[in-house]
Write a protein that binds this ligand. Structure first.
Ligand SMILES: [Zn+2]
Length: 228
């Protein structure tokens, strides 16, 4: 089982039912036909079944589903922010898994914005996903920026679950590894959601920075970017 998942459910339980000790918990991932999650109480034991589509989900998403399931179980109000976070993730994940549906729902638009003149952002995302993330990241909406901005090279927008990359990189003079480095950085934002540490908003955590250094051409890429 995924590390820390049990603790995450226990923490969520304590938030919803302060003063109560969490019961024994059993959490399994199941290959449901849909993104389906269930919770049952049997002989004082909480049995949680999560869809295997959530196995690679970011911690914030697992926290959201823990909140939703436990709130339902104990008839507590569901925090709309948590339910929105969960739905957004599942929406994006479904689209990744069921490529044929993408075309029917919003595919054409999505493809047009991800595919530039020289580089295809969806393809770059998938390649990085395989190389660095065991293919576990759910692909967000990838798109080139409308304008050729130099001020912002790339941006992850959690509200729309989208990665936007400046169009200046869609050019044959840009080495592929430089574009990959920019996209890699944004994928790390997807992987390490911004958290509150005290009152400080921690955008690039120590964990984030350590993982960013794993990119093989980080130094060359930074040198190239400084000369842009
Ligand atoms: Zn950043």
């Amino acid at each position: 089982m995924r590390e820390g998942l049990l603790e995450l459910f226990q923490e969520t339980y304590r938030e919803l039912r302060p003063g109560y000790a969490p019961p024994e918990l059993k959490i399994d991932f199941y290959a449901f036909a849909n993104v389906n999650n269930t919770i049952r109480l049997r002989n004082g034991r909480l049995l949680v079944r999560l869809s295997d589509l959530l196995e690679g989900a970011p911690e914030a998403v697992l926290r959201a589903i823990a909140h939703i399931l436990l709130a339902k179980m104990y008839r507590r109000p569901i925090d709309p922010a948590q339910s929105a976070r969960y739905r957004k993730y599942v929406g994006s994940h479904d689209i990744v898994r069921k490529a044929h549906l993408v075309r029917q729902i919003r595919g054409r638009k999505l493809l047009r914005s991800a595919r530039g003149h020289f580089y295809d952002l969806d393809a770059i995302f998938e390649e990085l996903n395989t190389r660095f993330f065991h293919g576990l990241m759910a692909r967000p909406r990838m798109s080139w920026s409308q304008t050729k901005t130099r001020r912002i090279l790339g941006h992850y927008d959690p509200a729309h679950n989208a990665i936007v990359i400046s169009r200046i990189f869609d050019h044959p003079a840009i080495p592929r590894y430089v574009l990959e480095y920019i996209v890699y950085h944004e994928i790390l934002h997807l992987k390490h959601p911004v958290r509150l540490r005290g009152s400080r908003r921690c955008v690039h955590s120590a964990e984030f920075n350590a993982e960013e250094k794993l990119f093989p051409h980080a130094t060359e890429a930074n040198t190239f970017l400084k000369r842009l």
